[in-house]
Design a protein around this ligand. Structure first.
Ligand SMILES: [Zn+2]
Length: 412
């Protein structure tokens, strides 16, 4: 379609140019034209050239390159050290170039009451944009591609944002999320899900400074250091593909391992999303976190809840997929309080309480959790995707299993 439009536009321009440039000759050439005045021919030519150019423009705009994506790398109250070859720093919004002493490739940026200090010089700036000669910038030893912005926030912190090409971002992301050594169909499924999620966040956060966090809150991104050819191949093979539901880009969340059944979106975030339904997943049993245990001394747990010594734990209810919805804790002070499974994960650490799919037992001095799976359990199960790919399912089948009723569309 895009190619057809572009070709049609070009053909129109080429056809129309002689009418505009040599209207007399065209009048001689075609016998029926003599009745049409030269100026009208010229205007017709111009109009067709304009129409042709418009078609070419529309076609190339639709063919558009991958959009850029803005990822927050970190926010800190401490100075940051940034390294790059032939680093160029400009101030925003004026775009004025910051004069740098280039003898040292490491730039230490700190906040000052009036702006920022770069190495020994102070600038009255609150927003800097950095680009390096070879396109790579190092922060805390991690390599990032594209531009890096340093922003002074309202909380008087330095916020570092990486602004880069979305497709390149996906290549670097794969090995932070899964392993590119997994079967190619599973890696492609991950690429499409991550691209869709990034797109969804980009549309939602139009007015914000950045689109994505580089943490478990969004997708785990740590720069281009883990890029490899297998990851790049999966991204290329699915270039521009996103998941849609009734024509709209979906919130394509994913997690490590569901433990046998994924979760409904409303059970975790309260919002019902028609494509994030609980589905059975017999494919993720290979995950090292398919079964897990976590034990915590009763005294530690009491301290964390800070309502007195825990005397009783009662499971109040589970979600439709079998995950813990609410637990009631009783304390020696006589108080009782309900905690959701997600509350407890936040409180005890997501690495300790790996999912809300657990059983809980208490002994005289300990609380023992034994559970299954890792992560919130909504959307695509990454280990399940691997298991499905091992069994011969395609990335499309994998995505359509974990995201119900979706279509795979090419965005560019
Ligand atoms: Zn699973």
């Amino acid at each position: 379609m895009k190619l057809f439009l572009a070709a049609l536009g070009l053909a129109l321009v080429i056809e129309a140019i002689p009418y505009f440039v040599f209207p007399e000759k065209m009048r001689e050439f075609f016998r029926r034209i003599p009745e049409i005045p030269v100026n009208v021919l010229r205007i017709m030519g111009l109009a067709f050239i304009a129409l042709g150019l418009l078609l070419v423009y529309v076609a190339t705009a639709y063919a558009g390159n991958a959009p850029s994506i803005r990822i927050s790398i970190k926010e800190t109250g401490a100075p940051v050290e940034i390294e790059g070859t032939d680093l160029l720093i400009r101030e925003l919004p004026s775009f004025e170039q910051v004069d740098l002493d280039k003898s040292d490739p490491v730039y230490r940026i700190a906040l000052t009451p009036g702006g920022m200090k770069i190495n020994q010089r102070t600038w009255p700036a609150t927003h800097l944009v950095l680009a390096s000669g070879d396109g790579v910038i190092r922060i805390d030893g991690k390599r990032f591609q594209g531009r890096v912005e340093v922003v002074k926030t309202a909380r008087n912190h330095l916020l570092l944002i990486n602004d880069m090409d979305l497709e390149r971002y996906l290549v670097g992301l794969i090995n932070h999320e899964i392993s590119s050594a997994w079967p190619p169909e599973a890696v492609k499924a991950q690429a499409v899900a991550a691209r869709t999620y990034a797109y969804f966040q980009k549309e939602k956060k139009l007015k914000d400074l950045y689109d994505l966090e580089s943490s478990v809150l969004d997708q785990v991104y740590g720069g281009i250091g883990l890029e490899d050819e297998r990851a790049a191949a999966a991204v290329r093979a699915t270039a521009g593909e996103v998941l849609t539901y009734q024509g709209r880009i979906i919130k394509a969340v994913f997690h490590s391992c569901c433990g046998g059944r994924t979760e409904n979106s409303e059970a975790v975030w309260g919002e019902m999303m028609p494509y994030l339904r609980s589905v059975p997943d017999p494919y993720c049993t290979e995950s090292p976190r398919y079964y897990w245990k976590y034990e915590i001394p009763l005294s530690d747990m009491s301290r964390r809840l800070s309502l007195g010594a825990i005397t009783k734990i009662t499971l109040r209810n589970r979600t439709a997929s079998g995950r813990v919805r609410e637990l009631e804790f009783g304390f020696d002070s006589g108080q009782k309080r309900d905690y959701s499974g997600e509350d407890l994960r936040r409180l005890l650490g997501y690495d300790n309480l790996k999912s809300t799919n657990f059983r809980v037992e208490s002994t005289v001095d300990e609380i023992k959790f034994s559970g299954s799976g890792s992560g919130h359990g909504v959307g695509m199960c990454q280990w399940g995707a691997k298991g499905m790919a091992d069994k011969g399912f395609s990335y499309r089948q994998i995505l359509q299993h974990f995201y119900q009723g979706v279509k795979i569309e090419r965005k560019y």
